[in-house]
Design a protein around this ligand. Structure first.
Ligand code: MG
Length: 259
């Protein structure tokens, strides 16, 4: 009997599970197609806010996995919502990629940069490749003046072919250190993302969280009351912050769910 038989719904992480950078994890596409064909309810959950849900759905579609964008929940969506609530009609300074900025702007929050950002109502932090000292300085100015601090995750790294890259947690550490403040987190392991994902799971009752990171996927899944499955295909670094939480199952990769 395959492990997947125990569940009628799965929350599945993307980076390190379905793909690594631009490369699909071998066997992941075939496995997702088979799980859908078997009637499993799937929702994809990612702490990567680098693209909107529709772009992830399109990428899955190119792999032959047909999913509605509604079935994709990103930390960016959740962080944007939290930022909108914190800004409460005011303004935000966003450290992050363009899609995250658009999501924050869509909460009717004005995006500000430079001098006007020093009085922003909220600072939003997410990893992006053009992070620099000016952004760090602007964030500190705003936070010192009382801005709220929201981030997409604390994931220290991002799995990439050839070795991990610094993730949102690395950049957030700089902002928190500079300001002495602690961010509210939109993504895994916090409950907001799980609540949204579970609401979109089509009524599945036996649900597992499948991911490659202990401190976000496994701790978050555990706290949400789900069975947790750690896959070994993604992040390889020692993962601090798991608080003694161990996964219920450890498998090599997504394809192992069907073996
Ligand atoms: Mg991952």
């Amino acid at each position: 009997m395959a492990l997947a038989d125990d569940f009628d719904g799965l929350l599945i992480d993307l980076d390190g599970v379905v793909w690594i950078g631009r490369e699909p994890v071998p066997g992941s596409a075939e496995t997702l197609v088979a799980l859908l064909a078997a009637g499993k309810e799937l929702v994809f959950v990612t702490n990567n806010p680098g693209r909107p849900p529709a772009a992830y759905a399109e990428r899955l579609g190119r792999m032959g996995v047909e999913v509605d964008p509604e079935r994709i929940v990103t930390a960016g969506m959740v962080a944007a919502r939290l930022a909108g609530e914190a800004a409460n009609g005011g303004s935000a300074f966003v450290i992050g990629a363009e899609p995250l900025k658009e999501m924050v702007a869509a909460t009717r929050t004005e995006l500000v940069v430079g001098e006007p950002a020093h009085s922003a109502g909220v600072v939003v932090v997410s990893g992006h490749r053009n992070f620099d000292y000016e952004e760090l300085l602007t964030a500190k100015r705003a936070l010192d003046a009382g801005a709220a601090l929201v981030a997409t995750s604390r994931d220290p790294t991002l799995p990439m072919p050839g070795g991990e890259w610094p993730g949102t947690g690395s950049i957030l550490a700089a902002v928190e250190t500079a300001s002495g403040r602690t961010a509210q987190i939109g993504g895994k392991p916090e409950r907001h993302l799980f609540e949204l994902a579970l609401a979109r799971l089509g009524g599945a009752e036996r649900v597992a969280m499948v991911g490659d990171r202990l401190s976000s996927d496994i701790v978050g899944g555990h706290n949400a009351g789900l069975t947790t499955i750690l896959v070994r295909s993604g992040t390889s670094s020692e993962d601090a912050g798991a608080d003694g939480v161990a996964p219920d199952h450890v498998v090599a990769d997504l394809a192992a769910l069907l073996r």
